[in-house]
Design a protein around this ligand. Structure first.
Ligand code: TXA
Ligand code: MG
Length: 339
């Protein structure tokens, strides 16, 4: 199809709960023709292409500036389509899909030869998920093909939770953005490798580890492995999900934000409550003290502070409890030094 550079990206507003068939069909036709469509999921916006079309998938890597060694998640309508792409579909995958699909759980399974190597970065496994968002579900169904879709941001930058975030990074590089408003989950899916026994958690995400273990028993965790060599799941690289500004998480964040502001810096501060005594040089944002609501807002807050041009972002530390694990993970990565 399609020359990728300097496209005019078309933004199509869709009803997020009941997407208009004619609009979805237009986007689905672009997918089938090898083009790129960004669409909302219940986690973040994805950047989709026909997963079975090597050239279309290559356009995703080009648009994102994504290293070719970082495999993509393939979005499917459900277990039926997943099984078409999986060489082996273990019982544990069935149990997990029955419990959590459609939803924010990605399962890594052995791939069939029909899945192009570019999707899996040359590996023998493929990551599959069936998204719950009505727009995403309708698009995959209408396209009639599985859709490879990473988050719709430039590589290593903050994932998008609105169509405007997508345009900031990818305007002119993709054909269509389906604008279904802000996404509800706000951070990415949980990635679980079920090719191994026990299954291994590769990325923390919206489905908590405890819920997975309740269903299938104890699982291993691979994401904090310090083993050298290629990452099992490149989303586990440090300095992922990062804003442009330097980010610090600290327990006396109010004092730290004031201190930096007093040295003349433009500072962003993310806490649970605003503070009337803050210097005006501090751009302050309050996020809810409940973990799901916080997750839903954290990337949008980081986007807003980057847009405001702050030099440093100070984030009040969040609780050490299980339900905050995915948020702590994203904050830690956003704070990681480049390299
Ligand atoms: O919530 C989400 O998962 C979003 C939405 C759009 O679905 N997608 C997303 O994609 O976050 P991406 O590409 O930004 O992250 C995919 C993660 C990466 O950490 C990647 O390394 C891992 O999944 N992954 C993909 N295929 C894999 C495989 N075969 N084996 C291990 N990890 C894999
Ligand atoms: Mg991503």
């Amino acid at each position: 199809m399609v020359k990728q550079k300097n496209l005019k990206t078309e933004v199509i507003a869709v009803d997020p709960s009941c997407p208009e068939t004619a609009l979805i069909d237009r986007a689905a036709a672009v997918i089938r023709a090898g083009g790129l469509v960004s669409f909302p999921t219940e986690t973040v916006y994805g950047l989709g292409a026909n997963a079975l079309d090597t050239e279309a998938v290559a356009r995703i890597f080009e648009a994102k500036g994504r290293p070719s060694g970082n495999p993509l998640i393939v979005h499917v309508t459900g277990v039926g389509q997943a099984r078409d792409l999986a060489e082996l579909w273990p019982d544990v995958a069935d149990a997990l899909a029955n419990a959590f699909w459609p939803g924010p759980l990605t399962l890594v399974v052995k791939k069939k030869p029909t899945v192009p190597d570019i999707v899996t970065a040359g590996g023998q496994t493929v990551a599959l998920r069936s998204p719950a968002h009505p727009v995403a579900a309708a698009l995959i169904e209408a396209a009639g093909v599985p859709i490879a879709a990473p988050s719709a941001n430039r590589s290593t930058r903050i994932s998008p939770t609105t169509a405007q975030h997508v345009l900031k990074g990818l305007s002119g590089q993709i054909h269509i953005v389906l604008d279904g408003g802000p996404t509800s989950g706000g951070i990415e899916s949980t990635v679980l490798d079920v090719t191994r026994e026990p299954a291994a958690l590769l990325r923390l995400g919206l489905v908590p580890r405890e819920q997975i273990e309740k269903l299938i028993g104890p699982i291993a965790a691979q994401f904090e492995s310090a083993v050298p060599g290629p990452a099992r799941s490149p989303g586990t690289m440090e300095r992922h999900y990062a804003p442009l500004a330097r980010l610090e998480v600290c327990s006396s964040s109010k004092r730290r934000a004031k201190e930096l502001a007093n040295t003349g810096r433009k500072v962003g501060w993310i806490a649970f409550e605003c503070d009337q005594t803050m210097p005006t040089a501090v751009h302050q944002l309050a996020l809810p003290s409940e973990s799901s609501a916080y997750s839903a807002g954290i990337y949008a807050a980081l986007h807003e502070l980057d847009d405001a041009g702050v030099e440093a972002i100070i984030v009040e530390s969040v609780p050490e409890t299980d339900e905050w694990a995915a948020v702590r993970d994203r904050l830690r990565r956003a704070a990681a030094k480049t390299g």
